[in-house]
Design a binder for this molecule. Structure first.
Ligand code: AMP
Ligand code: GLY
Length: 437
């Protein structure tokens, strides 16, 4: 089977590893890929937003499946263009990708379909927005969201009105170009955050979905959730304290109305929906939609998936998803991110990496390149991921620690507390409705 992956990071590498581990041979292509992906397949000289280039390649080479990793090309209509060439695509079309591409669109979708979410208001003019901040009734932090895609930097939790006004001015002045000229002001939600991935296949009367195990990401750079936000420093899943009834509630309150809403609005879905959820004292609320797999959540999910990935993706891409469940491994998986010195502001590049083999965990390349001397070097913020599975979260944490000790480079940053709070929470006999301390 011939498969094209669009993207180049850890998410795409983890997907590529899982595809290659399947029972049927897979011929892999990646656009643009990376030095690491080049070891699993052929890299093509197209950036992810080169819609005509990728479409022309597909028209000529006819892959059996194309998978779009990041959100920007989905929002730009890459999946639509490839489907016009008759290619089976795992990835939503542009109309559905607006669920991630426009916060305002997502919020009105949630509101229209009765999906529990934070209260919010959208502004394109400065004065009414400033007045709303002056009269802010919801407490702190004030949540400001750039309407459009802002490379993960478009959400600010302002701890004072002054900070909120300054952020508003910067956003509306074009800090993220047109993406931030429209701003959503949102009520803060407090609770336990989790990442819920759903394979969604919706087209006309056909509406099928399959829920993947909930994961939890760790966004701050330092242990104990301190320091600046990152793209994610580590994730694990499933959550040990989440009961069957909690999963049922997530499905009933958030997933089912989403699928119904897509149908009612005449939208299609042909990929994954990643729901950012806050489980508040008043139940689960939807923070946001992403129309792609999370990174590093994908690294966890690929490890937990106990069936071949290619046929599953193809079922979604061809509109044939129709089954109650997906086969999963028992136990728990953890992915830690090994990040470069200076990440998230200015990651230091070209630093040689030492990996003692065997690493004791799956090594996922995220931001590396290989020099002419054959040595792997840092080439991005999030450089490598280590992924381990074990019968439970405590043992997975031990395995990950042993694996971290086998990789090093000067300035490497890593968190040692991935899953720790959840583990303590579970050990204390608490559930998702108890305060997460
Ligand atoms: P995003 O960049 O859209 O992924 O959002 C970044 C993060 O901001 C989320 O993962 C949450 O941790 C946080 N966040 C977003 N909306 C809210 C909210 N209404 N209340 C509290 N935290 C939020
Ligand atoms: N790990 C969070 C994200 O991919 O958005």
């Amino acid at each position: 089977m011939k498969i094209l992956i669009i993207g180049s990071g850890g998410r795409e590498y983890a997907i590529a590893l899982k595809l290659k581990a399947g029972s049927q041979p897979v011929e892999l292509f990646a656009a643009p890929g990376s030095d690491a992906l080049a070891e699993l397949g052929t890299c093509l000289p197209f950036q992810v937003l080169d819609v005509p280039g990728i479409a022309a390649w597909c028209a000529e080479h006819r892959p059996d499946l194309a998978l779009v990793g990041p959100e920007a090309p989905l929002v730009a209509g890459l999946a639509d263009a490839l489907r016009r060439e008759g290619i089976a695509v795992f990835g939503h079309d542009a109309a559905t990708a607006r669920l991630e591409g426009s916060k305002d669109f997502a919020k009105s979708f949630m509101f229209r379909h009765g999906i529990p979410a934070a209260e919010s208001e959208t502004f394109s003019e400065r004065e009414p927005a400033e007045a709303a901040i002056r009269a802010w009734p919801h407490g702190f932090p004030i949540v400001l969201k750039a309407d459009g895609l802002a490379a993960g930097k478009g959400v600010v939790l302002a701890s004072s009105k002054a900070e909120a006004q300054a952020t508003l001015r910067a956003f509306m002045a074009g800090q993220f170009g047109d993406a931030s000229r429209t701003v959503v002001l949102e009520q803060p939600l407090i609770g336990m955050e989790l990442s819920l991935h759903v394979l969604a296949d919706v087209d006309g009367d056909h509406a099928a979905f399959a829920v993947l195990p909930p994961c939890q990401d760790h966004k701050r750079i330092f242990d104990g959730d301190k320091g600046p936000n990152t793209g994610g420093m580590g994730a694990f899943g499933p959550l040990p304290f989440l009961r069957e009834q909690d999963l049922t509630r997530l499905t009933r309150d958030l997933v089912e109305p989403t699928i119904r809403g897509l149908r009612q609005d005449g939208l299609t879905a042909r990929g994954v929906l990643f729901l950012g959820v806050m489980w508040t004292p008043r139940g689960p609320k939807l923070l946001e939609y992403n129309v792609r797999f999370g990174d590093p959540e994908t690294q966890v999910l690929m490890e937990l998936l106990d069936e071949d990935l290619a046929p599953l993706l193809l079922e979604v891409a061809q509109g044939r998803l129709d089954r109650p469940a997906i086969a999963l491994r028992d136990g728990c998986a953890i992915a830690v991110v090994l990040a470069a010195e200076g990440y998230p502001e200015t990651p230091k590049r070209d630093v040689p990496i030492t990996i003692a083999e065997p690493a004791g965990a799956t090594v996922v390349h995220a931001g590396t390149r290989r020099g002419a001397d054959g040595v792997w070097r840092t080439s991005g913020g999030r450089v490598l991921n280590l992924v381990a599975t074990a019968p439970d979260l405590a043992q997975a944490r031990e395995r990950i620690e042993a694996a971290i000790a086998r990789v090093q480079w000067p300035g490497m940053q890593v968190r040692h507390d991935i899953g720790l709070r959840a583990l303590n929470h579970a050990r204390a006999g608490r559930t998702v409705t108890d305060q997460f301390v």
